[in-house]
Design a binder for this molecule. Sequence first.
Ligand SMILES: [Zn+2]
Length: 398
Amino acid sequence: MIKITGTFILIALLQTASAPDPVATMVGRLDFAKYKETIKGLTQFGDRRQGTDRNRAAVDWIEAQLKSYGCTNTERIRYEYAGQQIRPAALRGANGGAAPAGAVRPTPSTIEGGGRPRGVRAATGVNLDPLLQPDLKLREINAQPDAPGPREEVFCTKIGTTHPEEMYIVGAHMDGHGYGEAANDDGSGTALVMELARVFSSTDVQTDRSIRFILWNNEETGYQGSLAYISQRQALQGKENPAGSGKYPEPKWLGMIQHDMMMFDHGAPRADGTISKEQRPEADVNVEFQVNSTLAEQSQTLAWIFEKANEKYATDYPASVGSHMTNTDSGPFQAIVPAISLREAERGTQIGLGWDPQWHQPTDVFATYDDKDFRLGLNAAQTTLAAVAQLAGAALKK
Ligand SMILES: [Zn+2]
């Protein structure tokens, strides 16, 4: 009897020692080809400018994809947007063209979000001229201007088994502009969030806490989508509804993780303002928090959890933590809940100084990027998946 018990204990110990790490298994389910395919799918709707039919069609497509992954409890946030991005040329002013390649600009004295300007600053801007898109089919897809009116954005939720009343928010913005395909800004982040929704929705994955996968609209016009979410939902956090049902329509927010421009880290502009055609070997995933925010301490703690998750689970590229998160949907959350953003480069000191020549330009199309670019995006997906799996207490059912 004693002998049999001992054998059983030994077998149990061996099983524990050799049990596959569920986080590693889940990270392994992220697929390079699938990530690229999802970005490609988003680019069929051109630049997905808010307030257009192509933007609405993209929201419908994203929702259908989420459902097909098993994230079936999709919901929409509805709000009004009265502004307009595209106005008649006469009202636009002179700053509406594409950034001339290689143009060097004076170094600014301050940087949005903080940080010190260093090196050469290349031209940046938002392209407002549809005729600068050389692909005539894409020009046609992007032809409709935006109109003020009702807007929608979609999300779905992985419900936690032991703590359904608490959740992490994993987001990216699905709208874009510039008359390209918004492949990198922010098809790359949108596809990342969708791929995570797919992996977490697998029937054998269970999490203690809930995770919400949300694709913001109206980021490019000033975060109206994330602001609408906050104003409609903040007060509902953690409330069981109906009482006694075990259902929490708005779980308490534990953290907000935004993904915005995930693929292009080719280094700083050279002296003549040009950028390398190749992903730099030392490319990294930039995890930023805002040091001048109320919850800077908590947000920083969250950022380092992502850095550690990257160290352990990401296959190709490291993560770097920075303190100047700015200009994305995690901004409106930073005083409410720990908030971070993941990007290809620091938004203020790097992207802001022209490190990404496709930014808001007609060249932000799928065909611009090669596998090293897509792989940086995949590494950001591995980073967030691993971090959130640990934070939410993910396990695989036998
Ligand atoms: Zn963006």
